[in-house]
Design a protein around this ligand. Structure first.
Ligand code: ADP
Ligand code: MG
Length: 358
């Protein structure tokens, strides 16, 4: 068992509150992701798990055992550093063996562990080669194998693939996800890339200035953000957030940009949130919508065709909105369109940006 628990952990550097009263449980075998902007405390949390930093207050447990007074070596948690560079003068095999040689692991045990990790990472056939003869993706897999061969209680990764180009990053994150599932090990993963967090994690913890703002499965956080802060962090383009006023039949957003016929809308809603994919866009002429449907007029400000879908920026009422449409619709800048949405897709936020139940 290697679940990792923080109970009200706080860590200060001088006047800076790097981790602010953090409580969470990373389950055994879980792929757990910390996501937040730079300086939000992600790396500090990893250093606290490793034992490289001591909390000012609170308790850390690994596998049910309090570890505040346990040395980093005894915690047996492996950090996979940002730099996954291989030793160029050693073969892939010697690179993978290196952490075991360093720890004087017995030869037979070493061979078994290397064979095991090589099979899981599909690198058995390239182990005899030096790094210079490997492709970028193969080098990544060898570097990951070198990190995994130690067989620790849990792995920690601090933005491990951010230096790779976009294509290799996508391949590597699929690979990491698969490896973690096959190894059945606890993995705490830090990233500042929301798409990476969404695609790779079993659960995500969202950080803001050392505070955990929300913890949940990616789909749960995406569908039910508990604050405008979290709502704005996930999604591409991000959620549209508009000032709103409660009226007779529902809600008016951004001074007439959108009308939401939702009698169940909370009375204390100050803002609404709408995902770009939840905005319906239809043609408009001077008699209203061409298909007779309802909607408010909006002017097309910019069109970004991305192949499979198109991002349309709209000027409506006092707001700029982004809508995400499938395919490549025939919409041009300056055209008028009608926009509307399903009331059930609307998020409501109140005082301080907190989400409101409908
Ligand atoms: P992240 O990894 O999310 O970028 P960090 O955990 O590195 O964030 O930093 C959190 C906060 O703690 C920041 O304000 C940072 O400046 C501060 N901090 C981190 N490490 C140190 C340190 N060794 N000394 C002083 N301040 C630090
Ligand atoms: Mg960091």
């Amino acid at each position: 068992m290697a679940d990792i628990v923080f109970r009200n952990v706080t860590k200060r550097y001088g006047g800076t509150l790097a981790v602010d009263d953090a409580s969470f449980t990373v389950n055994d075998n879980e792929f757990f992701c910390f996501f937040g902007p730079p300086l939000s405390g992600k790396s500090t949390i990893l250093r606290l798990v490793l034992g490289l930093e001591m909390p000012d207050s609170g308790e850390i447990l690994i596998g049910g055992k309090p570890v505040n007074a346990v040395s980093p070596a005894e915690r047996n948690v492996a950090m996979v550093f940002q730099n996954l560079a291989l030793f160029p003068h050693m073969s892939a095999l010697d690179n993978v063996r290196f952490p075991l040689v360093e720890r004087r692991v017995a030869e037979a045990d070493m061979e078994r562990r290397v064979a095991d990790v090589a099979a899981k990472l599909h690198i058995g056939h390239i182990l005899h080669k030096p790094p210079a003869q490997l492709s970028g993706g193969e080098r990544q897999r060898v570097a990951i194998a070198r990190a995994l061969v130690r067989d620790p209680n849990a792995y920690l990764m601090d933005d491990p693939i951010s230096a790779l180009d976009a294509r290799l990053r996508e391949e590597t994150r699929v690979e990491l996800k698969r490896i973690q599932r096959e190894l059945g090990k606890t993995l705490i993963y830090v990233t500042h890339d929301q798409e990476e967090a969404m695609s790779i994690a079993d659960r995500i913890a969202i950080l803001e200035s050392g505070r955990i703002r929300q913890i949940g499965a990616p789909a749960e956080i995406y569908d039910r953000p508990t604050s405008t802060y979290v709502a704005r962090l996930l999604g591409s383009p991000v959620m549209n957030i508009l000032k709103s006023v409660r009226g007779e039949g529902g809600v008016e957003a951004a001074e007439g940009a959108l009308s939401i016929a939702d009698r169940a809308a909370p009375a204390d809603a100050l803002e609404i949130g709408l995902r770009p994919e939840d905005i319906k866009v239809r043609p408009w002429n001077d008699k209203g919508t061409a298909d007779g449907g309802s909607g408010r007029p909006a002017r097309v400000f910019e069109v970004e065709p991305l192949g499979g879908y198109t991002v349309v920026t709209l000027a409506a009422g006092q707001a700029r909105l982004k809508a995400l449409l499938r395919g490549q619709p025939d919409i041009r800048p300056d055209a008028m369109v009608a926009i509307s949405c399903e009331p059930a897709r609307v998020h409501y936020f109140g005082q301080g940006g907190g989400a409101l139940a409908r």
